[in-house]
Design a protein around this ligand. Structure first.
Ligand SMILES: NC(=O)C1=CN([C@@H]2O[C@H](COP(=O)(O)OP(=O)(O)OC[C@H]3O[C@@H](n4cnc5c(N)ncnc54)[C@H](O)[C@@H]3O)[C@@H](O)[C@H]2O)C=CC1
Ligand SMILES: O=C(O)CCC(=O)C(=O)O
Length: 525
């Protein structure tokens, strides 16, 4: 049974795909109401109200995936989740249109003083001259952040006859041309816009982007809108600009602190506000809930998730192509880690043949996770493998080569440890399986599965018999056995696959056989 905690208000209809599964139990409660059961949940589904902090995560040791029914994940400590190997997904475009429409509604309300006029009329006043507005047509709109929402706002602005000026350092000229907008520097946008709307995420760079210095560069009488994240426009810095009349009006859907409480900006009549309503439409809530619900189902079924914040994004097609290599790489990592049971500084992975044309980032992460798993007490998977490797001072890199050693595909892993280097090469043969084709300098051919026993010895007659005898005496059955050697009478290896694991005492007995130099147990699950 997979238990999901839905701790914020999420569209019931959107949860339908999850409700259909008999493997899933959904609990719809606030975190504070299930304090005692937090450790039981496998998934957590939130909007923006639940703060997914490191402290909360520490109470949820079984958590595998966090779904954010929306875009911004600033209420989730993604770094802490990543460290714990928890996948974080969001619904990147389900509420785009609603947020763009809300921005536009705020823009119209701002320049036509609709909220103020509404309050006035309901107070039994009829003061038409107090609410003379300005048209949007012919005005210059500055859009800071031209992603999904910014570009939808631009389309609507053009339909209203506005000229759009965009600042987004990551926007290409081609995309700007396609969308009919001109790219500018931030200073240009600040200087030429009658209305400025921000649509960036809240990051180190965007926090306070419209602060004292940049507000001073805006046109006198400018209108400002923030329907993105509180803090992109510095709330304190606005106050003198509103007092002097430099800023004609501000529309805020989001705040540095939510809820904002008794905010000093509320004293200004020309500051209009909504309580973070950008995504609050029936359509947006259905879209985002359905998107995350479907993603969680995919995750449960072992399929790739496509909107992860902390994993490389993979389509279903790409995942199907890499799946075999993903499994082979994990096994190679596990074997290498156990064989090189010493401190390691570097892993170098080389892809050759058909695998080299695939999305190898994911395959390498899988290999890294397989390598770290025998060494790390906490959960390690593709999500946190890179971070854990970094913490432990292990670097890794990918290379590509034409050398397939006669196979259609070949993954080669070289592990650099203190005074020792080890190389393992593997290939996936369709309809046959995974094979290790090279092991620490020896050509060999074995399946990297189950209870493996590696023996390195001098190539002498009778060695196989001696090993077989000792194992037989201890009731250990040999399933398969592969051998390899440098040259007749030189160094040789055996790789045995056993029906059950062997203990330290038996390992020691095997090591004592004359001419055996190394014995290692390798477990691949
Ligand atoms: N009020 C609400 O209810 C909602 C708010 N949002 C918020 O709206 C914002 C935009 O969302 P989307 O358009 O979906 O995101 P997006 O990721 O599609 O677009 C963000 C854009 O900002 C640009 N950007 C990043 N750093 C920048 C910088 N320093 N200066 C200028 N541009 C920069 C990026 O290049 C990107 O094009 C986010 O903060 C999101 O959390 C989203 C949905 C609803
Ligand atoms: O869940 C909500 O209503 C907030 C939406 C939002 O801010 C986002 O998706 O980034």
């Amino acid at each position: 049974m997979f238990r999901i905690l839905v701790s914020d208000a999420i569209s019931e209809e959107g949860l339908a795909p999850l409700r259909k599964s008999e493997q899933i139990e959904i609990v719809q409660k606030k975190v504070t109401e299930v304090e005692e059961q937090l450790h039981e949940f496998d998934a957590l589904l939130v909007r923006s109200a639940t703060k997914v902090t490191e402290e909360l995560l520490s109470k949820m040791p079984n958590l595998k995936i966090i779904g954010r029914a929306g875009v911004g994940v600033d209420n989730i400590d993604v770094e802490a989740a990543t460290k714990r190997g928890i996948v974080v997904i969001n619904a990147p475009n389900g509420n785009t249109i609603s947020a763009a429409e809300h921005t536009f509604a705020m823009m119209a309300a701002l320049v036509r003083h609709i909220p103020q006029a509404h309050v006035s009329v309901k107070s039994r006043e009829w003061n038409r001259s107090a609410f003379v507005g300005t048209e949007l047509q012919g005005k210059h709109l500055g859009i800071i952040g031209f992603g999904r929402i910014g570009s939808e706002v631009a389309k609507r602005a053009r339909a209203f006859g506005m000229t759009v000026h965009v600042y987004d350092p990551f926007l290409t000229k081609e995309r700007a041309e396609k969308l009919g907008v001109s790219i500018h520097t931030l200073d240009e946008v600040l200087a030429c816009s009658d209305i400025i709307t921000v649509h960036t995420p809240l990051t180190k760079e965007t926090k306070g982007l419209l602060g004292e210095k940049n507000l001073a560069k805006t046109k006198k009488g400018v209108y400002l809108i923030n329907c993105a994240r509180g803090g992109i426009i510095d709330e304190q810095a606005l106050i003198p600009f509103l007092q002097s009349g430099h800023v004609a009006g501000v529309a805020l859907d989001v705040f540095e602190q939510e809820p904002p409480g008794d905010h000093p900006l509320f004293a200004f009549d020309n500051v209009i506000v909504t309580p973070h309503l950008g995504a609050s439409t029936i359509e947006a809530q259905l879209n985002v809930a359905t998107q995350v619900a479907e993603e969680i189902l995919h995750f449960l079924e072992g399929k790739p998730v496509t909107s992860s914040i902390n994993l490389p994004t993979l389509s279903k097609d790409v995942y199907e192509k890499i799946q075999a290599f993903y499994n082979l790489a994990k096994k190679m990592g596990t074997i290498a880690s156990q064989y090189m049971n010493i401190p390691v500084q570097e892993l170098s992975v080389t892809y050759a043949g058909t695998v080299a044309d695939l999305e190898t980032t994911y395959i390498t992460r899988s290999l890294l996770a397989g390598f770290l798993r025998p060494r790390v007490a906490s959960t390690v998977n593709e999500v946190n493998a890179a971070m854990i490797a970094k913490e432990r001072g292990i670097t890794y890199g990918e290379k590509f080569s034409d050398e397939t050693h006669g196979y259609a595909n070949c993954i080669s892993l070289t592990v650099h440890g203190e005074n020792r280097t080890f190389t393992i090469k593997g290939s996936h043969i369709p309809n046959y399986g995974d094979r290790i084709v090279h092991f620490d300098g020896f050509t060999i051919d074995f399946a990297p599965d189950g209870h493996l026993l590696y023996i390195q010895h001098q190539d002498r007659p009778g060695m196989i018999g001696k090993v077989g005898n000792v194992l037989g005496e201890h009731q250990v059955n040999i399933a398969t056995m592969q051998v390899g050697r440098e040259q007749a009478g030189g160094k040789a290896i055996m790789m045995l696959s056993l029906d059950k694991p062997i203990d330290d005492a038996l390992l020691q007995k095997l090591a004592e056989i004359e001419d055996i130099e190394t014995v290692k147990r390798l477990e691949v699950s």
